[in-house]
Design a protein around this ligand. Sequence first.
Ligand code: 1DF
Ligand code: MN
Length: 351
Amino acid sequence: MTHELKTGGDRGYLRIATEEAFATQEQLDAILRLVKEGRADKGTVSLWGFYGTSPSERTTFIRERLLDVGALRLQAMDEAGIDKAVLALTSPGTQSLFDPEEAKRIARNANDFLKDRCEAHPDRFYGMAAIAPIDPEWSAQELRRAKEELGFHGVQVNSHTHGHYLDEEQFDPILRACADLDLPLYIHPQGPPDSMIGDMVGAGLDGAIFGFAVETSYHAMRLLTTGVFDRYPNLQLMLGHGCEGLPYMLYRLDYMHKAGIRSQRYPRLKPLQHDLSHYMRNNVIATNSGLPFGPAIKLMIEVMGEDRVMYAMDYPYQYVPDEVRWMDDLEIDPVQKKKFFQTNAERWFKL
Ligand code: 1DF
Ligand code: MN
């Protein structure tokens, strides 16, 4: 242990954690019912069949901590020196559900619950909205309510909705609402859809270890390559887990994207106003959730710019206070470190 972890800015910055999960009992009950009835997709069965029922120490800790947006969480934050947390309904949100009325009810109730918790601890908790992408028009209205009535700071979409992606025309009301309301769109992973998952469950690789990043980076690439950010130049897309690997690949993504357009290989890939690295530096914001890994964070700062990389812990899925110490000790310049831990989150979420 190198130093004590305290809240209050003793190191010259506050620590704001930006991808922190909670659940409602209503949400977990609905998902587990689908799992039990054999109606959930394979990724959900793998994820919530495990987290919802396993008696292991890890899953018991996570279930209890997801449902608490109060004393337990504040104590954990105090002990890890986390000043503020930006909270979102845990993956897959409402997106494994099939009944739009149920999905909307669960999202709305989760938003009301979160607003109450944020008002109870206004200097510690900040909200991102839950929506029900299965009903895009309703979701757009809920985003307006989230911004204007609930005081939320963004929206979390847990990647695909039954194998459908936000670049599809049906979801345009959601993208437009984010752009109009100036709400960042955080695309968080869930298990890959049945159309993609193949034997990932058999291989033990569908979850946070690997499948999450494969599927979520695919989602982001679908948005980046289809002109979404030409249509909505002020839209800000947030991606966790080291931007789901994309910055490391950026040269190749850019090169092959341009090569594909030049040769007209795919009807879907049309010339864009900018290359992919421009969008990565103007429309994408990364967090290091689950990845307290110096080389990756330094690479993201170099590739995306120091204003676009934010700290996240991924509580309660990865509650390791020592990781906070490693991030304090990260060898980057102090100005960049304050941006990473504090001011980028304040800026992009308007805290
Ligand atoms: C896990 C990780 C599960 C993350 C999550 O939601 C989640 C996990 C169900 O470890 O299985 O949000 N995560 O963001 O890394
Ligand atoms: Mn997460």
